[in-house]
Design a protein around this ligand. Structure first.
Ligand code: GDP
Length: 298
């Protein structure tokens, strides 16, 4: 299984001494808690979440002398506690075709994630169809076709600049006729003109509901973990534009500090369906809270 990343752990720095040896025991006092808070904030966890985590760690233990290993485990435990409720794979419904709308800003990894998901669902025996709904970006359509080929999944396209809603309608009609299990619809990610994008997404939803009033069954927001705290404002924005049902966090293989996932879980409670851990087709992993917490604190 792909690893969640080679990020240097949060606590390594805290426990390092000038002479190169490691501190063995520390008292859980104000000084220690403040240092912890700073580390958590520096990991993109945000002030509110960092304070909550350290307060929970101190509860019933304030002033106690703990081994550094105990402190590490405590921190990992508090982080895992926040993350456990959001670690949920994308729900699959008996509905055929299940319609998955994929939203997110350009560059977040939408195209790549659609390709990876298509490959996984196909491997699980599902018949998958992709609709290249970002009809205004020719490069995006081409890239999606490359991923469709890699995954062995058909990609439905429309002429450049044509109405994405009309493509979505045609795609759902075809997916239905072909007996597909899943239709994944890519969408535009230009936030420069939010009113436009909102109207575009709303129209896609309106039009596919003419065929299936329960669609879309999932609305995935793809977020780039390396954007740090920016991911929080993207969630806020996209929740206004679409009925976001779950998240995919990409680029967790890089130098992303990852703390933003904890802030997201704490603030929005939206399920994290999967994490992107590389640029290859198999580099999509389920979100594992314990593994994540251990990697973050490590
Ligand atoms: P889109 O504009 O949102 O469709 O984004 P793309 O899917 O084209 O991805 C943008 C860039 O991020 C590409 O260079 C991808 O290879 C890269 N990328 C996407 N997901 C991941 C990931 O999980 N890890 C890494 N390292 N790169 C990723």
């Amino acid at each position: 299984a792909p690893e969640t990343g080679q990020r240097p752990g949060l606590l390594g720095r805290l426990f390092a001494r000038g002479d190169g040896r490691t501190v063995v025991r520390r008292t859980l006092d104000d000084d220690m808690l403040e240092q912890l808070e700073e580390l958590l904030i520096a990991s993109d966890m945000g002030v509110d979440t960092a304070l909550r985590v350290t307060a929970n760690m101190a509860e019933g233990r304030y002033g106690k002398k703990l081994s550094t290993e105990e402190i590490k485990q405590l921190l990992a435990q508090e982080i895992a506690r926040i993350m456990e409720p959001v670690a949920k794979p994308m729900p699959l419904y008996p509905k055929r075709p299940q319609v998955v709308l994929v939203v997110g800003v350009n560059g977040s990894g939408k195209t790549t994630t659609i390709g990876k998901l298509a490959s996984q669902f196909k491997a699980a025996g599902k018949k998958v169809v992709i609709a290249a709904g970002d009809t205004f970006r020719a490069a995006a359509v081409e890239q999606l076709q490359v991923w469709g080929d890699r995954a062995g999944v058909p990609v439905l396209t429309a002429p450049e600049g044509s109405d994405p809603a009309s493509l979505a309608f045609d795609a759902l009609t075809k997916a239905q006729a072909d007996g597909a299990d899943l239709l994944m619809i890519d969408t535009a990610g230009r936030l420069q003109n939010r009113a436009d994008l909102m109207e575009e997404l709303a129209k896609i939803v309106r039009v596919i509901r003419k065929i299936d009033e329960t669609a879309p069954h999932n609305t995935l927001l793809v977020l780039d973990a390396t954007t740090g705290q920016n991911a929080l404002s993207q969630v806020e924005t996209f929740r206004k534009l679409a009925d976001v049902s779950g998240l995919v966090m990409t680029k967790l293989d890089g130098t992303a500090k990852g703390g933003v996932l904890v802030a997201l879980a704490d603030k929005f409670g939206l399920p994290i369906h999967a994490i992107g851990v590389g640029e290859q087709i198999d580099d999509l992993a389920p979100f594992d809270p314990e593994e994540f917490a251990a990697a973050l604190t490590g």
